[in-house]
Design a protein around this ligand. Sequence first.
Ligand code: GDP
Length: 523
Amino acid sequence: MTIKEDIQSRRTFAIISHPDAGKTTITEKMLYFGGAIRDAGTVKGKKTGKFATSDWMEIEKQRGISVTSSVMQFDFNDCRVNILDTPGHQDFSEDTYRTLMAVDSAVMVVDAAKGIETQTLKLFKVCRMRGIPIFTFINKLDRQGKEPLELMEELEEVLGIQSYAMNWPIGMGKEFMGIYDRYNKRIEQFRTDEEARFLPIDEEGELAIAHPMKETSYYTQAMDDIMLLNEAGNEFSEEKIRRGELTPVFFGSALTNFGVQTFLETYLQFAPMPQPRLTQEETIVDPVDTPEFSGFIFKIQANMNPAHRDRIAFVRIVSGEFERGMNMTLARTGKSFKVTQSTQFLADDRETVDKAVAGDIIGLYDTGTYQIGDTVVGGKKTFKFEALPQFTPEIFMKVTAKNVMKSKHFHKGILQLVQEGAIQYYKTLHTEEVILGAVGQLQFEVFEHRMKNEYNVEVRMEPMGNKIARWIENEEDVKESMTSARSMLVRDRYDQYVFLFENEFAMRWFSDKNEHIKLYSLL
Ligand code: GDP
């Protein structure tokens, strides 16, 4: 295989969903089809204890969760698939958002009974902003959920994206009979053995053979719905899928492994290969036409190995090929170095990688050299990829060192953790008290833990709760007298003013009183 073919075989994506929608279950099935795991049902180490190797960080052990995203790789239908995990629930953090900067497409898993939930919406917005293709899997059809047409409407209304049903359920819950596969033109039966699973459909789109299903009201209902979709629904458009304007929708049941394989097969046909990326110099780095290695760091994970206290910088390769022992230059500093140690991330273990190409993710051992968003290049000419966006934090904490004598270590630790992207930093105007901002609670716990273990500083954390952070376009017009108990003015790490509002109401009140102040949020 040439390197070009190698790159073209890559499909790198993330699964976005709200906790409990079935992300882990569907990931397991995919890994199983790809032969990466022997039993579907082993990804969640917390239940089986099989994945002890990934439980490297103490906080992970204590809480039994995976702190930061990992990468899973497998081969399927001539594609090499990289799934980047996007942690949710209590482990939701800025890393979850940043992972979406490193993928070429996303799979959105929706619980049929719940529809679009908050976390799905947040992650969806980031994908939308990037204009990447989004594929939808509506899960748990083996249970009673919302009407399929209602779910399609919800996608369009809540998310503002057009949808195209690739298949359609026949019945649901106890009466779930299967799916009408519009794309492959066949009916796939639920809970039927392999050979008899697929039924043909005729020219008119009706089930082509005599079958008891045909006599049911569920079949008639599904046919009515499909007729409606044919007449009034969106047209299938590969172009719109590619631009992220239309999401192909698949119905299924991950737990019973129904519809997942068809989904994966169809998805891989349309999912994009590694995509070009813009640089700060406004040139485009094309993965296939650029022979030199290049990549960017989207995540730094600390303490992979407590004995060495090392960190791992996750690199998304944008162009060319990575080989162990190669020379790389860090664009920010211009420093070159030979990469002897690198690591790749698999479902069950870490192993050393010797070779990887555009689309793949590699981990570089880091002793404090890298920052989030850094560009690394293999060639002589250095450049920088477009900066990664900063995300608007939602929860805030005041933090001080328990022991004032440790103030130097305290500030050093904060500086490093902020540079790493672990947490966001703000300070009050005159007293310069330290305020930390995060999108998920876990970021604070990781911060506290690392300050103690890596910088030997115990911190006191004082919760300030949820706030709405807004930056200001016309900073020169801001006056301190505009602040109140419900709108606090602070500075960010770049010394820019930021208002922290108590709630929506406080923000609206502020805007009504100060119409000339133009507020904006980060992503
Ligand atoms: P995650 O939090 O999104 O990773 O969700 P999980 O994959 O852990 O699933 C959450 C719960 O939903 C688990 O109890 C699963 O067994 C269950 N689940 C997942 N998929 C299905 C499905 O298709 N049908 C039903 N009935 N339950 C499912």
